[in-house]
Design a binder for this molecule. Structure first.
Ligand code: GAL
Length: 857
């Protein structure tokens, strides 16, 4: 009794502690896998995942992006870990601000989602140098991504560092945290043959190194068919339904379903139709998959000099379900949300068994998951581009071309990948005319008096310049401390060199590995040239006139993101390779082997002109002769942040190429005058048939990127400072600001579509128990917004696309009033697509309802 006296008092406290700590660990402790799926706390799971890379947005944006991911039906958020962000100098770590990966992981956990942490630490990702810090390259004897001791030492050290950080914060699921999965390496299988027999040893080593870190959750290797047990090999691609893992004990997982594609400077803008993306996802689950990740779910922005290369643009929008600015990309987001909902309905059947396949005809496939306990889910696919009618379990089904129908009860079609019920929204940029500080000029067109400038010297101006005989490779020289390397040479023309006659035309010829070249002769800009994402090589030929006596040729070579992909990508190199020749009168003289003077970076970079400090304040000139359309100028102005909370963009039309800083933070490289090729685009690409990254392109002949995201958190109240470095020549007074908004809400739903999958989330339908048919449903983007106008409504055979719908041959007369009545003044509304509501304007014809509405702002 006496002993119990103590215990009895302590017991309730102890018990409540246990309960508390259990309720804190809202995630399972135990993540394993089997042939069918990842198994969390003993339960197989169907998991929908999406990539959001923490440094491509801001901590202020993270909660909203993650909430939108959750609302879109995601279970997991995936991110890479970016080594070069966290360890810019060997041994010096940085986990602040956008680099605060622990905070990011915790933010995902707070939303109740899981995390897949792809440590790499090689990540590819259109990220500078594939994520490797440049100092790694300078370690003696190092060879990247192979059986090489110096490399393995560093890779292990960084991987262990990240794992330890996560462990210390209890972030692995095994500790009650959100991380259920980790990745080591990245798509090494795509290129490993180039590394010979050492590749095998490296993969074995990577696997055991990762396992030794004892995370308590499974590891994956993507695109690595020989991933050693127990590491799961996973698939990346536009389609992964045909993939199977290298062991029957591993689940079929898709770590990168490319939701679109990345943009390059000089390229057109890729997009991927939602019907095809949904088709790919449905096919994957149809054929036994249980984990699928969108790469990207929100792509974001490559701030600063983080883009990979060469020539990866600053925007990493990717045509992902959430756009670069954090707005929903509709109907992609909504169509996938509906798909996720149906797949979750199928989950009990999907995890229970392998699918049973039946052919329904040529390229017509049925897969059914049927359990002993009576659950049944079926997927019917039409892989032809023409529509088909099929028979399944005695019932007849219409299958549109290139589509999958999902039957969560094996009888009723609840979703078809080609039939979009979701609303579509247009996103628009509203150009501003707010007032710039001090000048009272509209911000959208700042007057030149609002700008001050500093000219960056042409050629060598820094004390740390140095000389070398011959031409040097750029990346080995700059270590990427700057995009820029000056190559400078001076020589005298005397009467003794008959072939070089001053005052006559001489041909200057320069060969460079890229990425961009600007040539100056005796201080004058004579022209530039650039490579492209396909070929970085440059050759420049210009007629010049040399002076008698001393002549100087200054060549500015610039990189635009270091290579991030391919075998030995780290060795691809950049800069002027030569020859650099002068030719006149039939004689050619090669300057390459002579002594050149080099300068790494710009003087303005050394002086941190982009910083918002006052150190350089007196150097900025604000006379009336603002230089425009000349190379090498730093510009500065002040402005007021656009009012409100809408995302902000700068339209750099009028500028050439350079980098921009807002209050000292780089928003990335701008290059609005590099335009996409004239051909190869289509504004409405046919989703039917296999997709590839060049199949659906927009913006031919237009600037690859004209708008640049300025995160709200970069801005402050009152005066904000913008600094630009213009390398080629531009007019900063043409720059304008815009805010991003959702424009019209549109929807176009046919009588043939299934009813909405997620009607339980539509408040106005929650009470209705009646069997629903197809519906048009629209919701304003903001909870306080109301539909103020129905711009268009047509029931019958309406034509066209959002923003330009028109009535077809057949249209009911009351459509507009019916829709107005249901929608105006509401935050969201639903209208049945049926003759009950609209009458029948044309018997025997399949009808649809199209609407376009706007919301109050
Ligand atoms: C994959 C790679 C990703 C990304 C993607 C293209 O090969 O794993 O990191 O680069 O391609 O966006």
């Amino acid at each position: 009794m006496k002993r119990c006296h103590h215990l009895c008092r302590l017991l309730p406290l102890w018990l409540s502690l246990v309960i508390l700590s259990f309720s804190h660990s809202s995630y399972g402790d135990n993540v394993t896998y089997d042939h069918r799926a990842l198994v969390i706390n003993g339960v197989r799971r169907v998991l929908i995942s999406g990539s959001i890379h923490y440094p491509r947005s801001t901590p202020e944006m993270w909660p909203d992006l993650i909430q939108k991911a959750k609302d879109g039906g995601l279970d997991v958020v995936e991110t890479y870990v970016f080594w070069n962000l966290h360890e810019p100098v060997q041994g010096q770590y940085d986990f602040e601000g956008r680099k605060d990966i622990v905070k990011f992981v915790k933010t995902v956990a707070e939303a109740g989602l899981y995390v897949h942490l792809r440590i790499g630490p090689y990540v590819c990702a259109e990220w500078n140098y594939g994520g490797f810090p440049l100092w790694l390259h300078f370690i003696p004897g190092i060879k990247f991504r192979t059986d090489n001791e110096p490399f393995k030492t560093e890779m292990q050290r960084f991987t262990a560092k990240i794992v330890d950080m996560m462990k210390q914060e209890n972030l692995y699921a095994s500790q009650g945290g959100p991380i259920i999965l980790s990745q080591i390496e990245n798509e090494y299988g795509n290129i490993d043959s180039a590394y010979g027999a050492a590749a095998q040893r490296y993969i074995q080593w990577s696997a055991s190194m990762a396992l030794s870190l004892d995370t308590g959750v499974p590891w994956v290797m993507c695109q690595q068919s020989d991933a050693p047990d127990p590491i799961i090999n996973t698939c990346n691609g536009f389609y992964c339904d045909q993939f199977s893992p290298n062991s029957n004990n591993k689940p079929k997982m898709w770590t990168e379903n490319w939701s679109g594609w990345f943009l390059s400077f000089g390229g057109s803008a890729p997009y991927r139709p939602p019907q095809d993306l949904a088709f790919a996802v449905a096919r994957f689950f149809q054929r036994g998959g249980t984990f699928q990740n969108y790469y990207m779910y929100q792509g974001g922005t490559n701030f600063g000099r983080t883009t990979g290369g060469p020539f990866i643009a600053t925007s990493y929008d990717y045509d992902a379900p959430i756009d670069e600015y954090g707005l929903l990309n509709q109907p992609k987001w909504g169509h996938l949300r509906d798909l996720h909902k149906v797949i979750k309905k199928c989950e009990p059947a999907l995890i229970a068994t392998d699918p049973a396949y039946t052919s329904l005809g040529q390229n017509l496939e049925a897969h059914a998951y049927k359990t002993s306990s009576g659950a049944c889910a079926a997927f019917l696919a039409n892989i032809n581009t023409q529509d088909a009618t099929v028979k399944f379990n005695g019932k007849t089904y219409q299958l549109p071309g290139w589509s999958v129908s999902i039957l969560p009860d094996c009888k009723n079609v609840v979703y078809n990948t080609a039939q979009i019920n979701s609303q579509e929204t247009t996103s628009e940029m509203r150009y501003l005319s707010s007032i710039s500080e001090g000048t009272n000029q509209p911000l959208s067109r700042l007057s030149s008096s609002g700008w001050s400038y500093i000219k960056e010297p042409v050629g060598i101006s820094k004390a740390d310049a140095f000389t070398r005989k011959g031409l040097v490779e750029q990346i080995n020289t700059t270590a990427d401390a700057s995009d820029y390397l000056w190559y400078s040479i001076s020589f005298n023309i005397t009467m003794g060199e008959p072939w070089l006659i001053s005052g006559e035309q001489t041909l200057l010829h320069v060969e460079s590995l890229g990425h961009v070249l600007r040539a100056f002769v005796n201080g004058y800009y004579i022209g530039g040239a650039m490579g492209s994402a396909d070929s970085t090589k440059i050759s420049l030929s210009k007629l010049i006139i040399l002076d008698k006596g001393k002549n100087t040729i200054d060549l500015l070579s610039a990189t635009v993101g270091l290579q991030n992909y391919g075998a030995f990508f780290d060795l691809s190199g950049a800069g002027i390779t030569g020859p650099v020749t002068l030719s006149a009168n039939g004689v050619t003289f090669d300057l390459s082997p002579y002594v050149w003077t080099y300068q790494i970076g710009l003087k303005g970079e050394d002086m941190s002109l982009f910083d918002d400090s006052d150190d350089s304040a007196s150097l900025w000139l604000s006379d009336s002769t603002l230089p425009t359309n000349v190379p090498l100028v730093w510009y500065k102005t002040q402005f007021q942040a656009p009012a409100g909370n809408d995302p902000v963009a700068i339209d750099f039309t009028g500028m050439g190429k350079g980098e921009a800083w807002i209050n000292g933070q780089s928003i990335g490289r701008f290059w609005p005058n590099y335009t996409a090729p004239l051909s190869g685009c289509s504004d409405s690409c046919n989703y039917k048939g296999a997709y590839s990254s060049s199949k659906c392109l927009k913006k031919c002949g237009k600037p690859s990127q004209q708008l640049y995201h300025v995160p709200r958190s970069f801005l402050k109240e009152g005066a904000n400072t913008m600094v630009l470095f213009e390398e080629e020549g531009g007019d900063p007074t043409k720059i304008s600001f815009a805010t991003r908004h959702t424009g019209s809400l549109c929807a176009h739903v046919s009588e043939m579509h299934p009813a909405p999958v997620n009607f339980e989330v539509y408040p106005e339908l929650a009470v209705s128990k009646q069997k629903l048919g197809p519906m048009v449903h629209v919701t304003c983007p903001g909870p306080d917004q109301l539909i103020n106008e129905v711009k268009f409504a047509s029931f019958g055979t309406p034509q066209g696309t959002c923003g330009s719908y028109s009535h077809g041959k057949c249209s009911s007369t009351n459509a507009l009033s019916v829709v107005q009545q249901a929608c105006v003044g509401m935050n969201s509304c639903s209208v049945p697509v049926s003759t009950k509501a609209f009458g029948d304007p044309c018997r025997g014809v399949t009808k649809s309802l199209a609407i376009e509405a706007t919301c109050s702002s």
